[in-house]
Design a protein around this ligand. Structure first.
Ligand code: NAI
Length: 468
């Protein structure tokens, strides 16, 4: 094996987990290789996930404001129109800029990037296949960071045209007149919002009794009410059963309370979760078995059952979130380099970037109850926040849940404009074991939306100032 193809660390997959792990490896002096099968680095998040969807959400939020909110400010925008081609070009520009940024980071950190399909080839070897070429690398340590792909429903298979995943729903070139969305989780709500703002009639079909079902029930209920006003129609406790063609129209069939209901749809976005991606990875060659959900089991240092092979991100158990993958990448590499990296799984924020946004960290009241933890909660509505009133952001609240005995914060839920940014104050307090009183006694600039976080902290002890 040539010196050139021998590495301390080989990472398969260049999403936020993989490329961040590569940078940390290089920082710690490891000779690092990164393998990517797609044309661009950055994985799902940068190319077809978090980033393009946030660009679309931003553009369409402005369009929605122009059509529905500007007038109240005395801004006259009659003859408003939207150019989808330009909107998509703006999204692509954002993605291109970040792709270039990741490339630059690889070069600057002297990480050797290989384009091709990386496959475990036994022991410390990784084979890279690109068209007819094959390269074999040897690595002291190998990290699998191959991510996930959309789950397909057996009776609703993706065809990329009518039945689509988020990969296509971030790139429709015309606004579908009728869009059916299966699943009211992060992807369903975000992309449902995007197309509803652009004029689609959106029907969201969800199996469970609440939208955003992993969030606090009060949050889900308020979100449902607010999103309904924005034109999203929800069909809860409803099970999709199939798709048929009738007189040239696509008819999605579903079942609610034992009765069949039907939806005519130009496009059907299936957003019912994602599954680990391990196709053609050579797990069998390496002797690694997956669990019942197709995930790669690892120990607390991200070691798989094969010596020298580790796994991080969506391909292992835990929430499928870019920031979780990044932290695991860093911790895994630090352990490899003999440092004490770790991930605090109790404080991983989770966000849905709708308007208002939904964000949470730690436990909900329901999960605390299940765990048998005695808790107390404090809630503060943005209707009592000066900045919210001045900026049309009064929809929403912060709920802080703390241990009844110690006052230590165990969970925070936010539904509000910029909830994704507000939640970080709660994350920081929780990371340091902060109490609800600590949060309530922390000085926040006035007037800011973040004062609602402080007030909710105070409300846990019944001491909120601007509420009765
Ligand atoms: P999800 O797990 O967030 O939501 C899927 C929803 O589909 C759930 O509410 C589930 O009850 C429902 N469902 C499942 N089977 C169904 C069926 N047959 N009929 C009707 N409803 C059904 O999954 P989603 O939205 O596809 O996202 C995939 C992953 O990507 C998640 O782990 C999510 O956290 C992550 N993601 C995160 C984002 C963010 O952080 N903002 C944005 C997009 C995705």
């Amino acid at each position: 094996m040539s010196e050139e193809n021998t590495f301390d660390l080989i990472i398969i997959g260049s999403g936020p987990g993989g490329y961040v792990a590569a940078i940390r490896g290089a920082q710690l002096g490891l000779k690092t290789a990164l393998i990517e099968k797609e044309k661009h680095l950055g994985g799902t998040c940068l190319n077809v996930g978090c980033i393009p969807s946030k660009a679309l959400l931003h553009s369409t939020e402005m369009y929605h404001f122009a059509g529905h909110g500007a007038d109240a400010h005395g801004i006259d925008l009659t003859n408003l129109s939207i150019n989808i081609e330009k909107l998509m070009a703006k999204k692509s520009k954002t993605v291109d800029q970040l792709r270039a940024g990741v490339q630059h980071l690889m070069r600057a950190n002297k990480i050797k990037v290989f384009n091709g399909l990386g496959m475990l080839a036994g022991g410390s070897k990784v084979r890279i296949k690109e068209k007819n070429d094959e390269t074999v690398l040897t690595g002291k340590h190998i990290i699998i960071a191959t991510g996930s792909s959309s789950i397909e429903l057996p009776f609703l298979q993706f065809d990329g045209e009518i039945v689509v995943s988020s990969d296509q729903a971030i790139a429709f070139n015309t606004v579908p007149e009728k869009l059916a969305v299966v699943g009211a989780g992060a992807i369903g709500l975000e992309l449902g919002s995007v197309w509803a703002r652009l004029g689609s009639k959106v029907e969201v079909i969800e199996f469970l009794p609440n939208i955003a079902p992993t969030f606090d029930k009060d949050v889900s209920k308020m979100a449902e009410r607010l999103f309904k006003k924005q034109g999203l129609n929800f069909h809860l406790k409803t099970k999709v059963t199939g798709l048929k063609k009738e007189k040239g129209k696509n008819i999605l069939t579903a079942e609610k309370d034992g009765k069949e209901i039907v939806f005519e749809a130009d496009k059907v976005l299936v957003a019912v979760g994602r599954k680990p991606y391990t196709d053609r990875l050579g797990l069998e060659t390496a002797g690694i078995e997956t669990d019942d959900k197709g995930r790669i089991p690892v120990d607390k240092y991200f070691k798989t059952s094969a010596d020298g092979i580790y796994a991080i991100g969506d391909v292992i158990p835990g929430p499928m979130l870019a920031h979780k993958a990044e932290e695991e990448g860093v911790a895994c590499v630090e352990r490899i380099a003999g440092q004490a990296g770790h991930v605090n799984y109790d404080v991983i924020p989770n966000v849905i970037y709708t308007e208002p946004e939904i964000a949470s960290v730690g436990m909900t009241e329901a999960t605390a109850k299940e765990a048998g933890i005695e808790f107390k909660s404090g809630k503060f509505n943005f209707a009592g926040n000066g900045r919210a009133i001045a900026t049309d952001a009064t929809d929403g609240f912060v709920k802080v849940t703390a241990c009844a005995k110690t006052d230590r914060i165990i969970g925070v839920q936010v539904i509000a404009k910029s909830a994704s940014e507000l939640i970080s104050a709660a994350v920081t307090h929780m990371e340091y074991g902060g109490s609800a009183e600590d949060l309530g006694r922390t000085i926040h600039a006035h007037p800011t939306l973040s004062e609602a976080m402080k007030e909710a902290g105070l409300a846990v002890g019944g001491n909120a100032i601007h509420s009765t």
